[in-house]
Design a protein around this ligand. Structure first.
Ligand SMILES: [Zn+2]
Length: 273
């Protein structure tokens, strides 16, 4: 029998905006304290089954030296521009500028020329394709600052190209942070919640959206971002390796269409054993 490794959300001081979360509708899908619960996900047979890591089972890249925490990582990464915490703070600061109308200039000829030499984005953002949720705008970031991956419902690994792009951002662009961001009244989540069968690729996409057992749209949106962040770790050995070695964090978040505010949840973590 296959065992699903559990991914937990650790409540770490200062990384969660409790006031914003309580303002969001309903059943909280994150555990009350570390180690006591896991994000609500369906056990539907159609969903990917976790594949526990089997150290040394692939030969994609050589093992690299232990990091500053003594963790031996399998996948190499060059020096990051910011630490994961600094990158997260930078997004929070940018969102604050956005909602208070204190936007900074985000592009210009000088920057264009500078970026032609190479990019060093500070985060990879997996966002819904909704036209109102443009990551560069809501985080007040400019050209070359965010590595943005967008698909309706912000599904992560069902679209292998998207997961592969996230791996590229982490392993080759050295981003310290991956954010999976959903939003209020997401059409894809709403459709998934409604349960009406859709045909073709749209039907496949909606099956990848995970509303859990919720009937409430806001709670379903939250469930889906946590699920998609989890899936990234479960299905991508590379992303998981970077998380376990504490070189990156993967953070679920929800954007409010009404206020423009982004509520960041705590990073998903890999529970060993
Ligand atoms: Zn959406």
């Amino acid at each position: 029998m296959k065992t699903r490794n559990r991914l937990l959300l650790a409540f770490m001081t200062g990384t969660i905006c409790t006031s914003a979360i309580s303002a969001l509708d309903q059943p909280v899908v994150v555990p009350v304290k570390p180690g006591t619960a896991q994000p609500e996900v369906s056990d539907s047979a159609e969903k990917p089954v976790a594949k526990p890591a089997s150290p040394g089972s692939t030969s994609e890249k050589p093992v690299v030296a232990a990091d500053q925490h003594g963790n031996t990582a399998k996948y190499a990464q060059d020096q990051q521009v910011l630490t994961p915490a600094e990158a997260l703070q930078s997004l929070k600061d940018g969102n604050k500028r956005f909602i208070t109308d204190h936007l900074e200039k985000t592009a210009g000829k000088e920057r264009l020329i500078e970026l032609a030499k190479g990019q060093k984005p500070i985060a990879a953002i997996i966002a819904c394709a909704d036209s109102r949720v443009s990551p560069e705008l809501i985080f007040n970031k400019g050209l070359g600052e965010l590595f943005v991956l967008r698909v309706a419902g912000n599904v992560s690994v069902e679209a292998y190209a998207l997961a592969g792009s996230a791996e590229y951002a982490v392993a080759h662009l050295n981003v310290p942070l991956v954010v999976v961001i959903g939003h209020e009244t997401c059409g894809a989540v709403k459709a998934s919640l409604k349960g009406d069968p859709e045909k073709g690729n749209l039907g496949r996409l909606l099956k990848a959206v995970q509303v859990g057992n919720h009937l409430n749209l806001a709670a379903a949106v939250r469930n889906n971002v946590i699920f998609q962040a989890d899936q990234l770790l479960l299905e991508s050995e590379m992303i998981r390796d970077f998380v376990i070695s504490e070189r990156i964090i993967v953070v679920p978040a929800v954007y409010s269409l009404n206020t423009g505010e982004v509520t960041f949840m705590d990073p998903v973590v890999w529970e060993k054993g």
